[in-house]
Design a protein around this ligand. Structure first.
Ligand SMILES: *Cc1c(COP(=O)(O)O)cnc(C)c1O
Length: 375
């Protein structure tokens, strides 16, 4: 049957383990197709390659490799590029599991790590002769500090060391290669897919040989993503810009309202004028999103629980970026080890979803009433 009459707008979902070849010679040479062609379902299908092309374009890079989670997008390049005796400089505010990976797996492999302040302006003085990589995350996990990315990249480059950035927050609203980042790691589970139904990540680079190193490594350890999952992310990307704009608008409206409430000691949303990180936000990001944190005046857990447990729309859960509003808490009092901001305590983090905004405001208002009633 001829297929040229069937023309859809969507990228087809190619499910495959085995791929077949025209002749024995092509089969024997299949490994040469790892970077640009097709050799086996695990190493890429037209669906996953389409997604990689789209993510690379959004991040402003040349080449992307998709992997099964955002965490894998960070751990794979670290494993691929670091070895025994190497040293890595890490922002104090990185994603908790990134930090655990560095302290467990990387330490076991003989990779040393030291931490820079979450809002570091410079890494001068912390680079060692063995420093091979700097790991940044801006805004940081829960506490949302922004490092001076451009300056740190300049210093790292002068020292011959690469910079990796976890771009969970800034996807779709940043051009990190223009500031000197070498590896942009994107959890696609967040705003990219946008519906809380898939785990995936991408590693994006501009440098072809770096791409080949990363792709060879993911192939060697046997990770890949299914075309069905890749399709979900491709579908999410169709609406990324409008969703992000709407999350950002709501995030700002809720932040401004929260800042007026007597129960709130501080709202943390870098997109909010007046936020401690607002100048760096303007320097490195073109817009915000629906994620924000608050420090409360009342930090005893039973009181905070009373507020959270009774929410109707803000469901309690990790991750973010979907259509549903979420709330999460983290006690960061022992989670930071570098710099003067090490004492950040109990944080409540909200993801403002796409439910009617007035219903979300009512939910938050009723939550503060429960918090007040706890005394
Ligand atoms: C969510 C997140 C990750 C991990 O992404 P998964 O796809 O859930 O593994 C990594 N870093 C940051 C900053 C995140 O917010």
């Amino acid at each position: 049957m001829k297929s040229e009459k069937f023309k859809s707008l969507t990228v087809p979902v190619h499910r495959a383990s085995t791929l077949v070849f025209d002749d024995a010679a092509a089969f024997l040479k299949r490994k040469s197709r790892l970077f640009d062609g097709y050799s086996y379902g695990l190493y890429g299908t037209p669906t996953t390659r389409s997604l990689e092309t789209r993510v690379a374009r959004i991040e402003g890079g040349e080449r992307s490799v998709v992997v099964p989670s955002g965490l894998a997008a960070i751990t794979h390049p670290l494993l691929a590029l670091l070895g025994t005796g190497d040293h890595v400089l890490v922002a104090d505010c990185v994603y908790g599991p990134t930090r655990e990976f560095i302290a467990s797996v990387l330490a076991r492999l003989g990779v040393e790590a030291s931490f820079i302040p979450a809002d570091a302006a410079s890494i001068a003085g912390q680079l060692r002769p063995t420093t091979r990589m700097v790991v940044l995350e801006s805004p940081g996990y829960y506490s949302m500090e922004i490092q001076d990315i451009g300056r740190i990249c300049q210093e790292a480059r002068a020292a011959g060391c690469r910079v990796l950035l976890d771009n969970a927050w800034g996807f779709g609203a940043s051009r990190m290669f223009e500031h000197g980042i070498d590896l942009v790691c994107t959890p696609l589970s967040k705003y990219a897919s946008g519906h809380s139904d898939v785990c995936m990540g991408a590693i994006t680079v501009r440098d072809e040989s770096l791409f080949r190193q990363i792709k060879s490594f993911t192939a060697a350890i046997g990770t890949g993503v299914s075309s069905d999952d890749a399709y979900l992310v491709l579908r999410g990307l169709e609406t990324l810009d409008v969703r992000l704009a709407e999350h950002a608008r709501r995030g700002l409206a809720v932040s401004e309202w929260l800042a007026q409430q007597p129960q709130v000691a501080r709202v943390i949303n870098p997109a909010l004028p007046g936020d401690m990180q607002h100048a760096r936000f303007q320097q490195y990001f073109s817009s915000g999103n629906g994620l924000l944190s608050v420090l409360l005046e009342e930090t005893r857990l039973p009181a905070v629980s009373a507020m959270l447990d009774g929410y109707q729309h803000f469901r309690i859960g990790g991750s973010y970026g979907g259509t549903h509003s979420l709330v999460a808490i983290a006690d960061l009092s022992a989670a930071r080890t570098a710099g003067p901001q090490a004492g950040v305590g109990l944080l409540v983090r909200y993801h403002i979803g796409l439910e009617p905004l007035e219903a979300l405001m009512d939910d938050l208002r009723a939550g503060f009433e429960r918090l007040d009633a706890f005394h």
